[in-house]
Design a protein. Structure first.
Lengths: 649, 652
């Protein structure tokens, strides 16, 4: 807040139309255990869904290398200990029919016991509650009556979707975070108002879009892991400016490498996210991460050169940081090769020790392998690049796309250093360091260009053919809820767009495919068309011969995605200057390029300006970002200062 | 003479199908098949080696993902009951996928046999694929079907890629092909000893029809066949792209190096372990419907210098349907070996096998003679080999100071088959293998408790279905599914809990559901403890016929235990087929993991936590751990006395 106040005596806030906030409060609470003391109430006989975690709680979010270390794998600390779980006699079946009536007496006793034990929040998840909400709503009423000071979250309001483990976990995590998040946001909102903010406060979600503060309690879990989303949102925005609809986003940081995908102008989303090994039914941008980046440690074992998955992290960090690290890392290799100027790391914010980097690579890699330090450094970079490009390829192919149809946006601290090699390895159409010099801080742009987004959904299992009347009615309910959510954030109805999606699958099969429906009045023809569309999409995603029409098509869920575009900052197009980049040339150095097998004279450029063009090999040492242009690549800078790299024909 | 003990007649000439897993002689001539002529001395730089090795790993990964996509079946996609593999031209394994381990660990047997028996007639050519589920040739049991693709560079056989998927039914006397009523292999699912299913890139329709005709679920099996073919094609195409980019000599050299490196790293590790022999005897009860016998798997694991010998001498003779073939015994050993000894070594089995010898007596339950029953092979002979290997390796590591942290006590002592079939209220037929028992407990480590409902030792990852998912697909209503109290073996570090499921038919078409049940570990626990730790629970099938569950529902209560029900209690044997009528309540309980260390050395505070979490009963706390609780806290005086008494009792 003090930072904001320091701008212009608070006039900044007074002039703002709205205030976007990306928070780490919830993520930190998950890591440090700082959320509320939660009690959990569930259907009699199913208490252990939360601890069994469908067994995936042992492996979710872990790499293959970690999982092979059986004796070091396990489940996370429980958010709710078994002593704070109560079972209530009640049961609804798959059709929503009540099999065992709700036990009012037992329910009151459960709430009183939990309140007695000092819980601050109660999460409720009954089996099949998305088919019949009565028991959960009755339960909520009882909590409000018996323990009005306790926060209550019921699963049919948080996420009315099939899968009791994931729904329970989502409800519990929401209850765990909601009191903290709402208190934090209320404080922030009142401070902002006091300081002159007239517009609304928006909170960033892992889905990429933001939400209003009034939604934050119910959607507290949606703020988890919203950090990596910023880069993909920003890429979607910049992609729109330059008419690139298919983008692989490569965010190369110090310890993690995040890959996201934009297809036909929209970022891919996934209906569940993994947080601390819990699988939550929280829609999120589909971002895949591995522990790779500048800090990946290189080692030699029995004559084999390995890079990662161990990371030197920030402390001790790469050897060249001079903080006591002796293991060579990718950053050390970049320094040894002269790609990173040791006196100008992070825009000069930190100086690096090239001698330490050379010593680490010589002692730990070059000497055992009997090769030169330079060749060892180039080898480390090459292996790290292949690990990253292999992940990008996997991510793209697995979602049914060919990386050669995409451009690569390379950003984050080490993005422009490695992006050129990544894009070349994938055969991407073009490699772009978005917005040039600010590529290292590109993710921050995502906050200010976000839409407001809300997702409402419900599971309803039904076999095709579908009833137009039932489908219409269900969508109308979900649309009303979505409108309500967005209008609660202060958006005008005219600015809201609602999209309908059916989740369909072949009966008895696992894969669900999102199939859009038009916003019009539905009839049997439109629904038949949707089934045909589903089969087409299924084969496109899962391959020829994968469809299984004989099994029949089953409707799993309805979903409405509501978005509201708020007035946002725009980027100005600059006039293109002359192509000659000579004015940006800082000098020439003889640098090693593995693809050439030796050193060659390499141009070093400072900040580039729109319109400039140049050929590789070159190092771009811009004020806050360093990028590489490989031999055989050429660069042009577009009107938004994007640095765009192609292979020379 | 009862059917149970009916003798199995030997079949002359069947020895031809016994694959021994030994690498064929490269110089042997098979029908003009040309093997890739590699240059043994070809040097590769360490960077190219690492880059290509990572890409080989990723090809396997992409192959597995493709298989899951096309299959879409809950067995392959959720439970990961499949695997993918890359072998060299003669079948030595270069890489296996991170899925169900035994499905990959035995593909070398099949490739080796195929090279020797199919090259001359019908010939092995580019764009052919071979389907194999013959346990003597190398499958775990007939339900585990492999499709093998030779990869040619020019006219030379360069390598093989393959995939294995468990099929829900391939015929035989019992639904699901777990043939508890079979007299011998001739009543089990049909076996195909490596037949050319794809010729010149196209499926042979006659062969496909022959294959699908024998299944009760031809739609699903046909879809999985497409998953096999699509995933093998992806792997083959990517391998050829790699060859084009890095040359065949380089890629082949990397494959050899992967195996050499794994062998060297493995031998280095073995050298750090004291020499010795470690033994384990474990048992299976009930060899088929009606039998009441108990059968031993005996293992003596000897480590000398830098090699291992798995010696199964002393194992009982093959009997009923609980046998594995030699391929299953090798695969079963690898399940215990890979995570405990090769946690950071590439799983290039072709290299690891060079340091291991297997003694599997022919005609025993770990190396059955044709035509003894093998339909339960994957989870009988093979699983008992895993149990014995798990314990022998853990004992070995217990005496190896630097590797003490890598051992696990016995994990998930058995798989508890429940094949459920019938009709729902729309008269739709269904057949499924209930995957709840994926949630087995793991054995304790030497420094922490075993993971509760952790999964299988044989599968790095996996999932068990949600109750809602099962109820959505099949006409049952669960009374409960929960972690089983006292199922984790007692110890200084407790074994992980297994769990229990209980349901009643709901929304059927009125007919009874049919169940095929097959497990072992009912008569005694089979997830054993280590270093004084106690074993896990026993598995159990219980049917309460004509129960009053519906009346209890209507009274406003969900029964939380079978003891709340009235009806005829039937404790079902480890192998049987049975019906479940309206109102019949069926419960099954599966295995947890064994404990590590002496339970009376366990911190009493940890025992109290377990009692509060209902992981351990107060009775067990007192009897096994010597921990006495009074008013919800540890009674220190009585605990000390109880532990002294336990010690004294042991010395008596």
């Amino acid at each position: 807040m003090n930072v904001i106040r320091s701008f212009d005596d608070g006039r900044l806030l007074g002039d703002a139309d709205y205030f976007y906030h990306g928070t780490t409060v919830t993520t930190n609470a998950m890591i440090t255990g700082g959320g509320a003391k939660v009690g959990f109430i569930t259907t009699a006989g199913h208490r252990d869904a939360l601890s069994m975690m469908r067994i995936i709680g042992r492996s979710a979010g872990k790499s293959e290398a970690e999982l092979k270390q059986y004796s070091y794998t396990g489940k996370p600390q429980p958010i709710v200990p078994k002593a704070l779980i109560r079972e209530v006699h009640e049961r609804v079946d798959r059709c929503g029919t009540v099999v065992v009536p709700f036990d009012e007496v037992g329910a009151r006793k459960a709430v009183c016991e939990l309140a007695e034990a000092g819980v601050e929040a109660i999460a409720v998840c009954f089996l099949w509650s998305f088919m019949n909400r009565d028991h959960e709503q009755r339960m909520k009423q009882i909590v409000l009556e018996e323990a009005p000071e306790v926060h209550v979250a019921i699963s049919c309001e948080i996420m009315p979707a099939i899968k009791e483990y994931e729904r329970s976990a989502t409800t519990v995590v929401t209850a765990y975070l909601a009191p903290l998040l709402t208190a934090y946001l209320n404080d922030l909102a009142s401070e902002l108002t006091t300081d002159g903010l007239a517009g609304p406060l928006f909170v960033m979600q892992s889905l990429g879009g933001a939400m209003g503060v009034s939604q934050a309690g119910r959607r507290a879990a949606n703020t988890l892991a919203s950090g990596p989303a910023g880069g993909v949102v920003a890429a979607t925005f910049v992609g729109g400016l330059i008419a690139e609809k298919n983008i692989i986003c490569a965010d190369v940081g110090g310890t993690s490498f995040d890959v996201g995908l934009i297809v036909d102008g929209d970022p891919l989303i996934t209906s569940q996210s993994i947080v601390n090994q819990y699988t939550l039914l929280v829609p999120a941008l589909d971002i895949v991460s591995i522990g790779a980046g500048g800090g990946s440690v290189a080692s030699v074992d029995l004559g084999r050169l390995n890079v990662g998955p161990t990371s030197a992290g920030a402390a001790p960090g790469p050897a060249c940081y001079g903080r006591g690290g002796t293991e060579p890392t990718t950053t050390d290799a970049d320094v040894v090769l002269g790609y990173i100027d040791p006196d100008y790391f992070l825009g000069g914010a930190m100086s690096l020790d090239k001698d330490l980097a050379e010593k680490a690579i010589h002692d730990k890699i070059a000497a055992p392998l009997g090769i030169s330090t330079q060749a060892a450094a180039a080898g480390i970079v090459e292996i790290a690049n292949h690990h990253m490009s292999d992940l990008m390829r996997k991510m793209t192919i697995e979602r049914g796309h060919d990386p050669r149809d995409f451009v690569v946006f390379a950003f984050g601290g080490a993005g422009p250093l490695h992006g050129g090699a990544l894009g070349r390895e994938l055969g991407a159409k073009e490699i772009i360091f978005p917005l040039g010099n600010v590529a290292s801080a590109f993710s921050a742009l995502g906050l200010s260009v976000s839409d407001l987004t809300t997702v409402t959904q419900t599971t309803r299992l039904a076999l095709a053919p579908l009833s137009a009347e039932v489908v219409s009615r269900t969508f109308q309910d979900l649309e009303a809820e979505a409108l309500n959510n967005l209008q609660g954030a202060g958006v005008q109805p005219g600015d809201i767009q609602l999209n309908r999606v059916l989740e369909l699958r072949y009966k008895g099969q696992v894969h669900q495919v999102d199939t859009p429906l038009p916003p019009d009045d539905l009839n049997d023809d439109i629904l038949r068309g949707a089934l045909v569309d589903f089969e087409r999409r299924y084969e496109a995603l899962f391959g020829p011969g994968s469809s299984y029409s004989d099994a029949g098509i089953e409707l799993v869920a309805y979903r409405v995605v509501g978005t509201a575009t708020v007035e946002r900052s725009t980027l100005q197009e600059a006039d293109l200057g002359p192509p000659d980049a000579g004015s940006a040339l800082l000098g020439k150095e003889s640098l090693y390029w593995r693809e050439l097998g030796g050193e060659t004279e390499t141009a070093i450029y400072g900040e580039l300006h729109p319109g400039m063009q140049l050929d590789g090999p070159a190092v771009l040492r811009m004020p806050s970002t360093t990028g590489l242009v490989h031999p055989g690549q050429s660069v042009r800078v577009d009107a938004f200062a994007n640095i765009r790299i192609r292979s020379k024909e | 003479m009862s059917r149970v003990n009916k003798p199995v007649l030997s079949v002359a000439g069947s020895e031809r199908f016994h694959s021994d897993g030994v690498r064929p002689d490269r110089d042997a001539i098979w029908g003009g098949l040309k093997l890739f002529g590699y240059e043994p001395s070809s040097e590769i730089d360490p960077v190219t080696l690492e880059v290509v090795a990572h890409k080989l790993w990723q090809i396997n990964d992409e192959q597995g993902e493709t298989l899951k996509k096309v299959s879409g079946s809950p067995v392959a996609t959720d439970a990961n009951d499949f695997n993918v593999v890359l072998c060299d031209e003669l079948g030595d394994i270069v890489n296996i996928g991170p899925y169900y381990l035994p499905h990959a660990a035995n593909v070398d047997f099949m490739v080796k046999w195929t090279v020797q028996h199919r090259a001359e007639n019908p010939g092995i050519h580019p764009d052919d694929m071979f389907l194999c589920n013959d346990p003597w040739v190398g499958a775990l049991h007939p339900q585990d079907v492999a499709v093998l693709s030779p990869v040619f560079v020019g006219e030379e056989l360069f390598c093989w890629t393959g995939s294995t998927i468990h099929q829900v039914d391939l015929g035989g006397v019992n639904i699901g092909s777990w043939c508890v009523d079979a007299d011998d292999h001739f009543s089990e699912g049909m076996t195909y000893p490596s037949i050319k299913i794809v010729e010149g890139g196209a499926i042979r329709r006659d062969i496909e029809d022959t294959y699908l005709r024998r299944s009760r679920a031809p739609g699903l099996v046909g879809l999985d066949l497409r998953a096999h073919i699509a995933s093998n094609n992806v792997a083959k195409q990517r391998l050829l792209e790699l060859v084009e980019r890095y040359t065949a000599q380089t890629v082949h050299a990397v494959m050899r190096e992967q195996m050499d490196y794994a062998e060297q790293a493995f031998r280095d590790r073995l050298r750090k372990i004291p020499d010795g022999t470690w033994r384990c005897e474990t048992y299976q009860e009930v060899s088929r419907t009606g039998d009441r016998g108990v059968y031993k798997t005996a293992l003596a694991l000897t480590k000398r210098g830098d090699s291992l010998v798995f010696d199964f001498t002393g194992t009982d003779d093959n009997v009923g349907m609980i046998n594995s073939t030699r391929a299953g015994a090798v695969g079963g050993s690898m399940v215990a070996l890979l995570p405990q000894l090769c946690f950071d070594i590439p799983w290039a089995l072709g290299g690891l096998h060079r340091a291991i010898t297997y003694e599997t007596p022919l005609g025993s339950i770990v190396n059955a003679e044709f035509p003894h029953g093998v339909s339960m092979g994957s989870i009988s002979g093979t699983w008992s080999v895993t149990n014995a290997s798990n314990i022998c390796i853990a004992k070995m590591l217990s005496s190896a100071p630097g590797l003490h942290d890598r051992l696990l006590a016995g994990c998930v002592g058995s798989w508890t088959v429940v094949i459920l079939s019938g009709h729902d209220n729309n008269n739709e037929t269904f057949v499924t293998m209930v995957m709840d028992c994926m949630a087995g407990g793991w054995g304790a480590a030497s420094f922490h408790d075993g993971v509760d409902t952790a999964g299988l030792m044989a599968a790095i990852t996996g999932q068990c279905p949600n109750v809602e998912t099962n109820e959505g697909l099949y006409p049952v209503l669960y009374l409960y599914r929960r972690e089983t109290m006292d199922s984790g073996g007692a110890g200084e570090f407790r074994g992980g809990m297994g769990a229990t499921s209980c349901w009643v038919p709901h929304d059927t078409n009125g007919e009874s559901l049919q169940l095929v049940l097959a497990t072992f570990g009912q008569a005694f626990p089979t997830a054993l403890g280590i270093d004084g730790g106690y074993p896990a629970n026993t598995s159990m099938y219980t049917m309460v016929r004509g129960s009053n569950a519906e009346e209890i529902f209507a009274s406003g209560r969900m029964p939380m235990d079978l003891a709340e029900l009235d009806g005829d209690f039937e404790y079902l044997p480890a192998k049987c087929e049975t019906m479940e009528a309206q109102g019949d309540v069926f419960e099954h309980t599966w295995s947890g993991g064994g404990g590590f260390g002496d339970p009376i050395d366990r911190d009493p505070a940890a025992v109290l936590v377990d009692v509060l979490a209902e992981a351990v009963s107060e009775d067990s706390a007192r009897v096994l751990y010597g921990v006495v609780l009074t008013g919800g806290v540890v009674n220190k005086t009585e605990t000390a006395a109880a532990r002294t008494a336990i010690r004294a009792d042991r010395l008596r």
